[in-house]
Write a protein that binds this ligand. Structure first.
Ligand code: NAD
Length: 499
């Protein structure tokens, strides 16, 4: 019997091919440690070939009629819907999140595909007639060429779908570099994209870690890079690709605070807090990992602990409340930060370390964990834990809570729970964070808008998907035209026209 794990293929010029590399990375099921596949570190020649292919395919794709491009995504959204259960199961097996949450991961990407199918209404320029006599001025939004996307492990369906549908719908060609920790569901989505009619060379996939990312950042034929991942890597990508003259958008790490005001609806707010702190085992960039209890809501700690303790940890396929962390290293890191919090003076109110799930003794499980009396100098606060750990802090006033949040370097997401319109308005106005929820824990924008971020959570001005992505993946060209009447000669004019 052949026990060798199957290898993940690359996509170059419309062909799914095996890499010639000697370097392979294991993909493990985080609930069992079973090696389910291996992914190659694509060779420099393979990366070069993918870029060459994408450069050639751009010549015909850029002039493919916009309705034809749109129709590919109309078909693609249908195929994703038809294959939703299979996609979710693949995602859960390699990533660990529950099946219900995996469906959500695919669904939020699917919404971007639906939006891309309306590209004809999005990629429009402007037109003004008679800016001078018989002179018209207009702009067109032209595709920029080969674009690349580098994606993280935590949303292996949604985040690739944030990128290549909008890039390709606007007439570009694309090189995708999925997370090397869980590229299988991403590859299935890529297969469906081809089935939907994306022509050969328009979408390509190469694999690997830093070497592949650096090669994409440096290559002169790649015009733009979209990155989603950790802050340190995002900064590296922004600097390196920026040095090479590219457009770059980097969506990065987070430390998302919830503010609970004493006038909040207690039951709803605490339910939402527990869901957003521990869902996906805290491995969402929008997870609420800190709660600031204001005034009388300071007395609600026991109820937060009680609700959190009831959440059930399981293998993702058993579909309870939260699954395992992505890797043994991630589990060790989360446990180290919990211990550091205790050593630095936090009170442990709920300890998820040593969490065991029957039948999955090898899984990377950490149960919901709550650290109380956390202060801004503790490493459990200064670092993004990216695990099921909620830090509790206190403030006497809303102003004080806002100050805590605005002083933290990250500005990805936040939420306030209050019944007061005045509090909500002040929070919305004064908070320096990209995504703001009001009585809503994970305020991820739908594709009619764009994802954003503030301060250390984002580099580059334009965000992924939505209208901003149309701007990011296109170049504005301005055309000024004049059509002479046959006998209307004005002679030579050497001045700037004032007409
Ligand atoms: P990561 O930064 O480790 O990896 C992201 C990508 O970068 C992967 O494709 C990886 O192969 C590559 N990479 C890793 N190390 C590299 C290096 N040294 N040089 C070049 N490339 C490298 O991130 P992750 O652990 O996969 O994802 C979790 C992080 O992503 C968290 O910080 C989370 O907050 C963030 N995230 C942010 C958003 C957002 O929209 N702001 C969304 C999802 C995740």
């Amino acid at each position: 019997m052949n026990t060798e794990p199957r290898s993940v293929q690359q996509l170059i010029n419309g062909e799914f091919t095996e890499s010639n590399t000697t370097e392979w990375i294991d993909i493990t099921n985080p609930a069992t440690q079973e090696v389910i596949a291996k992914v190659p570190q694509s060779t420099p020649e393979e990366i070069e070939q993918a870029i060459k292919t994408a450069t050639e395919a751009f010549q015909s794709w850029r002039v493919t009629p916009i309705s034809k491009r749109a129709r590919v995504f109309l078909k693609y959204q249908q195929l994703i819907r038809e294959n939703m259960d299979e996609l979710a199961a693949l995602l859960t097996e390699e990533q660990g999140k529950t099946l219900a949450d995996a469906r959500g991961d695919v669904f939020r990407g699917l919404e971007v595909v639906e939006h891309a199918s309306g590209i004809g209404n999005l990629q429009q320029g402007g037109y003004i007639e008679n800016v001078a006599s018989s002179v018209d001025m207009y702009t067109v939004q032209q595709p920029i060429g080969v674009c690349a996307g580098i994606t993280p492990f935590n949303f292996p369906a949604m985040i690739p779908l944030w990128m290549f549908p909008m890039a390709i719908a606007t007439g570009n060609t694309f090189i995708l570099k999925p997370s090397e920790q869980n590229p299988i569901v991403t590859m299935r989505l890529v297969e469906l994209a081809l089935e939907a009619g994306i022509p050969k060379g328009v979408l390509n996939v190469v694999h690997g870690g830093k070497d592949t990312v650096d090669a994409l950042c440096d290559h002169p034929d790649i015009k733009a890079i979209s990155f989603v991942g950790s802050t340190a890597v995002g900064k590296h990508v922004y600097d390196r690709a920026g040095q090479a003259g590219k457009r770059v958008q980097c969506m990065m790490g987070a430390k998302n605070h919830a503010v609970i005001m004493p006038d909040a609806n207690k039951e709803q707010s605490l339910n939402q807090l527990a869901g957003a702190a521990f869902g996906a085992a805290g491995q969402r960039c929008m997870a609420l990992s800190v709660v600031v209890l204001v005034g009388e809501s300071k007395q609600w700690v026991d109820e937060i602990v009680e609700k959190s303790a009831q959440l059930v940890v399981s293998a993702g396929k058993d579909d309870k409340d939260l699954g395992p962390l992505i890797s043994k290293q991630a589990k060790a890191r989360v446990e180290r930060l919990i211990q550091a919090g205790i050593d630095e003076g936090a009170t442990i109110k709920l300890d998820g370390r040593g969490c065991q799930v029957e039948g999955y003794e090898e899984g990377n499980f950490v149960g919901p964990t709550i650290l109380d009396n956390v202060t801004t100098d503790m490493s459990c606060y200064t670092e993004e834990i990216f695990g099921p750990v909620l830090c509790i802090m206190y403030a006497d006033t809303l102003e004080e809570a806002i100050k805590i949040i605005n002083t933290n370097p990250n500005g990805n997401g936040t939420a306030i729970f209050t019944q007061s319109g005045a509090h909500a308005h002040k929070f919305q106005q004064d908070i320096d964070v990209g995504q703001v929820g009001i009585n809503l824990p994970i305020p991820v924008p739908l594709p009619m808008f764009s994802f954003t971020g503030s301060r250390a959570s984002k580099l580059g001005d334009l965000g992924p998907y939505g209208k901003q992505a149309v701007q990011f993946y296109t170049q504005t060209k301005t055309v000024i035209s004049r059509w002479f009447d046959e006998d209307a000669s004005e002679g030579v004019n050497t001045t700037i026209s004032m007409k």
